[in-house]
Design a protein around this ligand. Sequence first.
Ligand code: COA
Length: 181
Amino acid sequence: MIRNGKSSDIKACVKLHKKNLAEGIFSQLDPNLLEKVYAYAIADKSSFLLLDFADGKINGAALGSEDISTFLKSIRKRYFFPLLANIAWILFRHPSYLTTLVQPYAKHATPELLFLYADAKGRGTGSNLVHASNNEFKKRDIQQYRVELSSQNKGAFKFYQKQRFQTLKKADRIIMIKRLL
Ligand SMILES: CC(C)(COP(=O)(O)OP(=O)(O)OC[C@H]1O[C@@H](n2cnc3c(N)ncnc32)[C@H](O)[C@@H]1OP(=O)(O)O)[C@@H](O)C(=O)NCCC(=O)NCCS
């Protein structure tokens, strides 16, 4: 069953996120700070958190935003000082994340599926969540959205290809597009 995430799900989501989604700077954040990102997504009308839920347990989650730039700017503004301290520490350990941080923001709204993970792999959780995310974006009159992943994440790349995402850019980071028409 897919349902919207609630505040009471946040701690479990952060645990699953840390366990299953190794890539990306968000995964390096302190759990407390990552909880705030989830709380923001739940409260923000232009974002959504969808959970695949069965037998009282979360199997996986998808977090999307109608505009990734606004989402990131709002998080940065709201949690500037704790983020600064945490990101300085992350950069000290992983200087390669600097390129992610200095990426220019797009001038137009860019819908993005920011996080997607399944706890038990290969049981349809990922596809269910992509299907529900497609519907969620469509409900918001969005005709296409993107995902960004590391070029080393070959499994997710194959998964998104199966879900009929098209590859827009393939370098260090891969950008894929899902057209919803
Ligand atoms: C990517 C991910 C969400 C897929 O979820 P999942 O629940 O395992 O995927 P599903 O069971 O719905 O698989 C759907 C299809 O994709 C294929 N697929 C899934 N993972 C795959 C992999 N690693 N390699 C090749 N194909 C894969 C499945 O075989 C299945 O094909 P089928 O429809 O022909 O049977 C999951 O592997 C995951 O959590 N990965 C870690 C987090 C991550 O990298 N997220 C994406 C970056 S944001």
